[in-house]
Design a protein around this ligand. Structure first.
Ligand SMILES: [Zn+2]
Length: 349
């Protein structure tokens, strides 16, 4: 028999979560973080409030911390995830998505709600906090304001207090924007989107920006680490659903141009990328990648469109091989055992 009990969620600490007792793993269903499981050891670590303790391991910090908001947001996007003790430190080290990215998350969540089709929706709720990675009412109101300033939503009459209503409604322009966001998630349709739209919407699961192909803007030298970052992104796309890499664009979507890499010509830049792929990933994968150059303002941007690969892609680095997947907005390396598991599920052999 599973027993239902109400307790504070060990991640966000603020709301009641209900769980049964199936042995040592505890199942949570938090209104903010959604459904996940955690071990007793993870719970002990999660509920510690210190940012960093003597063992040097990161913790989530006190109730209401930025790290707790990020952890909650990440769990919301990975429904059903299992958190063991050794996953607490990674959970505490997620980067905060940029405001524009969180605004897009808010618009997507609104678009998925049936209530939005007919009228106003209150976004000052635990579920909206989780889905937009925000800490509190002030932050979700700031995120909503980004969308309302752009004319994508209208904010209705609010009521006061931390749990007061913040009602919003999607405008016609907002539905158009949502359609573009969905196109970006759908890799096939994404290929038809103009580059201006991609730059405006920003990085996502299938879009990544890199400032350069080989030139390190900080050290002002060509740098193999910069090349490796490009290859990891490409491998991550190939191993999952494909995606588009723009080279010559800053993190926040500002075109810098492939000029910074100092190639003699665009042909040379393209050949350089193909050589890197041949050496580090394997020549056969070049077939899954289309390279073009497009004009944005006064700059030329290198566009690398990657189709999903038919077999797994490893990146050779030093004497080792590494396996990457694109998950959310980041490219993650998998351990050999996790890579083997992922490969057997994703690729036919
Ligand atoms: Zn929670």
């Amino acid at each position: 028999m599973t027993e239902e009990i109400a307790q504070d969620c060990p991640v966000c600490l603020e709301y009641s979560a209900y769980w049964g007792d199936p042995g040592q793993m505890i199942q949570a269903n938090c209104p903010r973080c959604g459904e996940f499981e955690f071990s007793g050891q993870a719970r002990a670590l999660l509920t510690q409030e210190y940012d960093e303790v003597e063992d040097g391991k990161m913790r989530l910090g006190p109730k209401g911390s930025r790290k707790r908001a990020n952890a909650s947001g990440w769990i919301r996007e990975h429904s059903g995830t299992i958190i063991y003790g050794d996953r607490v430190a990674p959970l505490a080290s997620h980067d905060t998505p940029k405001p524009l990215e969180r605004a897009n998350k808010l618009l997507r969540t609104l678009g998925a709600s049936e209530a939005t089709e007919t009228g106003e929706v209150n976004i000052n709720t635990p579920e909206y906090y989780g889905r937009t990675w925000v800490k509190d009412r002030r932050e979700i109101t700031d995120i909503a304001k980004i969308l309302s300033d752009q004319g994508f939503i209208e904010i209705g009459q609010q009521t006061i207090g931390p749990t007061g209503l913040v009602p919003v409604r999607i405008t016609a322009a907002g539905w158009t924007r949502l359609e573009k966001l969905r196109s970006i998630e759908d890799n096939q349709r994404q290929l038809d989107l103009p580059l201006e739209d991609i730059l405006e919407i920003g990085e996502s699961g299938s879009i990544e920006f890199k400032s350069s192909l080989r030139f390190n803007l900080k050290s002002e030298k060509n740098d193999p680490k910069i090349e490796m970052a490009v290859l990891k992104t490409i491998a991550g796309f190939l191993n999952v659903n494909g995606g588009t890499l723009l080279i010559g664009v800053t993190d926040d979507g500002r075109p810098l141009g492939i000029e910074v890499d100092g190639f003699e010509s665009e042909d040379r830049a393209q050949q350089h990328l193909i050589n890197l792929m041949r050496d580090k990933i394997g020549l056969e994968q070049v077939l899954n990648v289309r390279v073009s150059f497009e004009q944005i303002d006064d700059h030329r941007v290198m566009v690398v469109r990657c189709s999903p690969a038919a077999s797994e892609v490893w990146v050779r680095a030093g004497g080792n091989e590494q396996f990457f997947i694109r998950a959310g907005n980041t490219t993650n390396e998998l351990s050999p055992s996790k890579a083997a598991k992922y490969i057997s599920g994703r690729f036919d052999h």
